[in-house]
Design a binder for this molecule. Structure first.
Ligand SMILES: [Zn+2]
Length: 139
């Protein structure tokens, strides 16, 4: 799901308020990326129970964009979330998923299982990929 949140982020990151300071723009970009990843993570966890994920994501991030760019942001979000939803539905139909998606094998600092999607062909998500390297070195 990582590639879908990145694709949405890439499509809209340059639409962030151009009159904000550089620091603010960076903060906004980070916030937008986090919201994209949260939405994709939730979509992967609960594909059947997450109603209107595109609207939910747009509602969470619209404040980072000037009014004049919001129509384009809404469009990009709808396209990106639509592509991710189609992908998940195909996976479920093909029997590759039972409505959930493979999870990262790592445990978070709070002691919960990491809920993120592993990198393709890996056991860990982008944040925890160093653990896989550690396991390979240890082996
Ligand atoms: Zn992880």
């Amino acid at each position: 799901m990582y590639q879908y949140s990145r694709a949405i982020y890439r499509a809209i990151k340059d639409l962030i308020d151009p009159y904000a300071t550089k620091t603010t723009q960076l903060e906004y970009r980070r916030a937008v990326l986090v919201e994209c990843e949260l939405t994709m993570g939730r979509l992967a966890d609960d594909p059947h129970y997450f109603a209107r994920p595109d609207r939910a994501l747009f509602a969470d991030i619209r404040r980072y964009f000037p009014i004049t760019n919001q129509a384009q942001v809404a469009w990009s979000v709808r396209e990106g979330v639509g592509a991710a939803t189609t992908f998940i539905e195909q996976q479920i139909e093909a029997g590759l998923l039972d409505g959930g998606i493979a999870r990262c094998h790592a445990t978070t600092r709070k002691g919960n299982a990491c809920q993120r999607t592993p990198l393709p062909g890996r056991d860990y998500c982008p944040s925890h990929q160093h653990l896989e390297r550690a396991a390979i070195v240890a082996a």
